[in-house]
Write a protein that binds this ligand. Structure first.
Ligand SMILES: [Zn+2]
Length: 531
């Protein structure tokens, strides 16, 4: 194996900060716990771990660190084949880093070249069609790219887009600009449905003109718009997931595309301001794509440990304590360390594992699930909950995602009473009889636009009818930024979270009955439309 100095450095780091000679393994006192929390987070949120992005070297290093800690705490491996790892494949898809699109005039002379990340970003979901070769296409401006016969709106009525690239606006047109009462947009038309429609009309590429909202943070969004999309390997044949290239194009590019055409970019903006719906037209220019799509299989893994229950019967039932150990990785050389998101939850679950393991007075078994892929769409927890064969024996999930910031006196408590009143009560009692946080339930309001109940790994348990609780500090200014660092973490608060979650875990693990589920999942409403 090729020697890598940085791997060696990471191993030394692990040794320095977690060597058993420095801290006795089984001492349960606050000082020892604070040392573990601090030293474990210093490792996981260090630059050596490269921001722990799913299916990267940073993820692998972090998974090794977590598993080695679990081993030291006598927590049993509960992943594949007697290991701590639950491995699964994902598909990673995108366009080569130096992807570019050339703009040509009528006689195929080069007007300019535009670069992925600077001038256009990836848009739309799903996987790229890797059979898409570099090719030159005509361009058609297709208005909003919508067909709504019932509203007398069809952008494709008088144009031929077959084999061409369509240039479209995001959002929806107004019904009637002269009637203020009717100045409401059409029903939301998603980007997905616009892409589908363009494809059905024979288009081979879609360019979406940047809208006002994206324009305001173009410089930031472009970092993410160049990243591959990662998802589960679809069950349907590859043919069915072939997507035409879809990009959102920035102002500089759009200006050049529309220069000298029926509407200039300036004219188009005037029309939009006047709430007019610009008609479709064929452009004189052409696009030459040189984007090289790729589709790779990559490996990701959850880390899973177990403390077996002491009761011969109840040990076949499980309480799951979880946090996600992945984060958003390194962007343009800057490491996003994710100390709070979710390094804080990860070290809290580790410390709860250490403490609960040394006590081992749980009748039911306790699973410690360190999820990967949360930032890519709750992938690790989705994989675990879809593939564990014992899901009907999982009695509750306690999930920690961002628990080391904001006031040390309060904590957001989300989802605890959605399925089980008994669980909600047990949590309140555990809290008031223990660390006594001011538990804030405001995010349980169904009208709250943040919809946090659906936004971290616990939801994959809730959707299976398993009672969950999600503990969360709040959105901070450092959320998903490179400034989410260890220096800003309040370890006293994490320690309180460790105590609370340990108490709740034991409370559920030692009940003489399975938690009573007395409510049903509410119907999941589609995401609110963002204007
Ligand atoms: Zn998170």
């Amino acid at each position: 194996m090729k020697f890598k100095w940085y791997s060696a450095y990471a191993i030394i780091f692990v040794f320095l900060y977690s060597s058993s000679s420095l801290y006795p393994q089984n001492k349960i006192d606050d000082k020892t716990s604070l040392n573990y929390l601090r030293n474990n987070l210093k490792v996981l949120a260090s630059d050596e771990y490269e921001g722990r992005e799913t299916a990267t070297r940073g993820e692998k290093l972090a998974s090794l660190f977590i598993s080695s800690e679990l081993g030291k705490y006598d927590v049993k491996p509960f992943g594949d084949n007697g290991t701590y790892f639950q491995n699964f494949d994902l598909l990673s898809s995108g366009y080569s880093e130096d992807a570019k699109i050339a703009l040509l005039d009528k006689s195929n002379s080069l007007i300019g070249e535009f670069l992925l990340g600077d001038d256009f970003i990836r848009s739309g979901r799903g996987f790229a069609d890797i059979s898409f070769a570099s090719q030159t296409t005509g361009i058609v401006f297709a208005g909003y790219g919508m067909t709504q016969k019932e509203n007398n709106h069809d952008d494709y009525a008088n144009i031929d887009v077959n084999g061409k690239t369509v240039l479209i606006l995001s959002g929806e047109p107004y019904r009637d600009k002269n009637n203020p009462a009717a100045q409401v947009p059409f029903l939301a038309s998603s980007t997905d449905s616009k892409i589908k429609l363009a494809k059905e009309n024979g288009a081979i590429g879609v360019l979406i003109i940047v809208d006002e909202r994206l324009k305001s943070f173009w410089s930031r969004i472009k970092e993410f718009g160049t990243q591959p999309s990662i998802g589960f390997v679809p069950k349907e044949p590859q043919e069915a997931i072939k997507n035409i290239p879809v990009f959102t194009v920035g102002e500089k590019f759009v200006e050049q595309i529309l220069a000298g055409e029926k509407y200039s970019y300036e004219k188009l903006n005037e029309m939009l301001k006047a709430k007019e719906s610009p008609a479709a037209f064929q452009l004189n220019k052409k696009l030459k794509f040189d984007i090289r799509p790729f589709l790779n299989t990559v490996q990701a893994r959850n880390v899973v440990g177990l403390i077996e229950g002491t009761d011969p019967k109840l040990k076949d039932e499980f309480v799951v304590l979880s946090a996600h150990y992945d984060h958003i990785g390194t962007r343009r050389g800057i490491v996003n360390n994710g100390a709070d998101d979710d390094g804080s939850g990860t070290v809290a679950v580790l410390e709860a594992a250490r403490r609960l393991s040394s006590e081992n007075n749980n009748k039911r078994s306790i699973i410690f699930l360190f999820n990967t892929g949360e930032e890519k769409g709750l992938l690790g927890s989705g994989y675990a909950t879809d593939n564990w064969t014992f899901m009907e024996n999982v009695v509750a999930n306690i999930n920690l995602d961002m628990v080391g910031r904001e006031s040390a006196d309060s904590l957001h408590c989300i989802g605890s009473g959605k399925l089980s009143t008994e669980f909600a009560n047990l949590i309140q009692e555990a809290n008031s009889g223990g660390v006594d946080f001011v538990l804030n339930y405001k995010y349980d309001d169904p009208k709250d636009p943040n919809r946090f109940y659906y936004r971290s790994d616990h939801y994959n348990f809730a959707r299976k009818g398993i009672p969950i609780v999600f503990f969360f500090d709040d959105m901070t200014v450092d959320y998903h930024k490179s400034t989410d660092d260890v220096e800003k973490i309040n370890f006293e608060k994490i320690l309180k979270v460790v105590k609370l979650t340990s108490d709740i875990t034991l409370g559920v693990a030692n009940l003489d009955h399975k938690l009573i589920v007395d409510k049903k999942n509410e119907d999941v409403l589609p995401r609110q439309r963002r204007d």
